[in-house]
Write a new protein. Sequence first.
Length: 262
Amino acid sequence: MFGLTPKLPITEEKRQWVNEGFHRLQKLLSRSRMLEAKVVEPTAEDFPDPYDKTSEAVENLFSRVCDYMQVERSGIKLEIFPDETEELRTMLPSWSSRGGSHAAGLYLHALEQQDKDDIDARMVVAIRSTMLKDPMSLVATFAHELGHVILLGGRLISSETSDHEPLTDLLTVFLGLGIFTANSAARFKQFQDERKIGWSMNRLGYLPEPVFGYALAKFAMERGDKATWAKHLTPNVKSDFRNSRGWLEKNPQYVHTPKPIG
């Protein structure tokens, strides 16, 4: 029936968590960081360098994500590690991962006792080698781990914070990288060999697609953004985004809207 309020794709509890998460990030980083953030799109304009999975191409991609998130590249050591992470676990004193033993990326704090001018004292972002095959997920992983650099490395929150991993995913939306993390939340891949053909799904990150959809809608509404960038979202996320935006338009009390941009 016409006139019905669009239904949110998430529970009230999750909606409140996202709203509170935006409020927390604004207190930590300032609201202007969100309002002025560039929405990064998977286009040649935003990523003009050719990507061929070489170390140079990976470095160029990482440096651009650092620039977009306003992270100093020189303060981070980028490492690529093989899929077997168990040996890495025993070698490194502390690390934050995405998905346990199947982590796509790792973040390590710089050792406090080392001299700050020592290059080995830099923070470390390590990426699983198989991620290099998927540029969309690679950018998403870079964005998440750089979120750790901002929040944990900047000592804005503690690794003991119960929801620090989901909050780090939310930070990628807050800083304009949400298209990549949302589209990578569930990645479908086709496989085929001599005997069978089919599809597999891998989940990346801590927030599911519907929560990303709502977070992106709130991000757009808070900025007064026309959100032409939503065309790049995967069908599931785009549907959740549209339903969430429609719901927020019907419930403007949950949005502080500035003058329109974009």
